[in-house]
Design a protein around this ligand. Structure first.
Ligand SMILES: N[C@@H](CCC(=O)N[C@@H](CS)C(=O)NCC(=O)O)C(=O)O
Length: 210
């Protein structure tokens, strides 16, 4: 088994951060290769590794898996003892539901506050629709954290946290209001060694967006 995860620029690629965290938290031995976004050859380079033309994409020898959530599911199956989904059936169902909601919703938040983990842009992108999305995200977090006691949504780190990690950075970048419970959750993600490694790599990348 030789796992290679192709990701977009670590500064900007929100979808890529998710499976990276899942693989790292599972203790997987994997190689991470970055394809810089916004370059003249970005499309061609992504096309070479993923017929669907997007990152992230995971290669496991000759098997190619694209889409962030599908990759996370595959990693959970490869490492069944890593606890990437909660053990409890009810908690697992909730973790899957909120992961799918994150994957398929919040278009206004994504559009108005794109991930840019190195920047601070307080107040930018605070449209009514984006703030409504942010309120729904925080409602999801509070419900899960109340039930589990934290520090992660289901107590220990799961794929649900991987799915929401990019939003935690958006809230920090764009100065979205949070209560203490949500702020502590954002901090818990920021302190993950895997997230810190991702952030350090992002600092070495060229800035390609304003
Ligand atoms: N639903 C996909 C979305 C992937 C996606 O949109 N990736 C962006 C980067 S964050 C991309 O590949 N953009 C390059 C392009 O569209 O040419 C997933 O979950 O993986």
């Amino acid at each position: 088994m030789a796992l290679t995860l192709y990701v977009g620029s670590k500064r900007y690629s929100s979808w890529s951060l998710r499976p990276y965290l899942a693989l790292a938290q599972a203790g997987a031995d994997f190689e991470c290769k970055t394809i810089l976004l916004d370059q003249p050859d970005t499309k061609a380079k992504i096309g070479d590794v993923n017929p669907a033309g997007k990152v992230p994409v995971l290669h496991d020898d000759r098997l190619v898996i694209w889409d962030s959530l599908a990759i996370c599911e595959y990693v959970a199956e490869l490492y069944p003892t890593a606890g990437l989904w909660p053990d409890d059936r009810v908690a697992r169902a909730k973790a899957r539901a909120i992961s799918c909601e994150m994957h398929s919703s919040f278009a206004s938040l994504r559009g108005a506050m794109p991930m840019d983990i190195l920047s601070k842009k307080p107040g930018v992108g605070h449209t009514a629709e984006a703030l409504a999305d942010a309120r729904r995200v925080q409602q999801i977090w509070r419900e899960a954290l109340d039930a589990s006691g934290g520090p992660f949504l289901f107590g220990k780190f799961t794929i649900a946290d991987a799915m929401f990690a990019p939003v935690t950075t958006r809230f920090t970048t764009y100065g979205v209001d949070m209560d203490a419970q949500c702020r502590a959750y954002v901090d818990a993600i920021a302190q993950l060694p895997a997230f810190r490694a991702w952030y350090a790599d992002a600092e070495r990348e060229p800035k390609s967006r304003e």
